[in-house]
Design a protein around this ligand. Structure first.
Ligand code: SF4
Length: 234
């Protein structure tokens, strides 16, 4: 743990899941490009440092939507969040785990401009795989803290717009602090989207019930959907 309380997990010598990536990009449909693709994967793997910064912070107070004329407010780690759903989800837990997980900025630095849409697409898939590896490692780490129940995550901007608005990235990054986001190599842009693009930020929490933002998201055709849309917001 660092002096200011945040922790880190990092994958050194990341080994990309080549079979998975080849299926993702449908390499069997363009076998003449196989060497080029594998070369790109190998070069990206040489520089990649998938990683995550996180901390464990006390949930200090929760005002539910009903208590607070519909807004829903949570104070944790000295920072205030506004989201009725977050207030609902954190109402029965004493600890929240803010985090930033990322593929790292090394791949973007190694390939600043490829001038080839297909290679850009390939690189995005490679970066996604690196992010998943960092995210899985982070989940294991947080599970090992000994919390009970299901480990869930909420992410600003995920799900319908008002579930936990993207603007809440600002207090989320404030909890972890500048040292943590600098170490992760993740920056918040003016639009509050993260760079590198294959980064995810949020709060983990343990709860009796499973929570999936997708159940509150009406976006059609999302390839990453993990639950059917069907729930109404609080
Ligand atoms: S359906 Fe897609 S866009 Fe909506 S919350 Fe799930 S992953 Fe995100």
């Amino acid at each position: 743990m660092n002096a200011d309380g945040w922790r880190k997990v990092e994958i050194e010598n990341w080994r990309p899941p080549l079979d998975y990536l080849e299926r993702r990009v449908r390499l069997e449909s363009c076998p003449d490009l196989a060497d080029e693709f594998r070369e790109l994967v190998a070069e990206a793997a040489c520089v990649a440092r998938p990683r995550a910064a996180w901390s464990a912070v006390p949930v200090q107070s929760v005002q539910s939507a009903q208590d607070d004329s519909g807004s829903g407010q949570v104070r944790c780690g000295g920072v205030e969040f506004r989201s009725p759903m977050l207030a609902h989800n954190l109402s029965n837990t004493g600890t929240a785990f803010p985090y930033i997980a990322t593929c790292g900025d090394e791949i973007d630095k190694r390939f600043p401009s490829l001038d080839d849409p297909l290679a850009e697409y390939w690189l995005d898939e490679i970066k996604s795989a690196a992010l998943y590896a960092a995210y899985d490692l982070l989940r294991e780490e947080i599970r090992s803290t000994g919390g009970t129940g299901q480990l869930n995550s909420m992410n600003p901007g995920s799900g319908n717009a008002m579930l936990w608005p993207l603007s809440q990235q600002v207090p989320l990054f404030r909890i972890l602090g500048e040292d943590a986001s600098n170490w992760a190599g993740v920056k918040l842009g003016d639009s509050l989207l993260m760079k590198p693009n294959k980064s995810v930020s949020g709060l983990f929490f343990f709860g009796a019930d499973g929570f999936v933002s997708c159940a509150y998201c009406e976006r059609d055709g999302c390839p990453n959907r993990r639950a059917p849309c069907g729930m109404t917001e609080l």
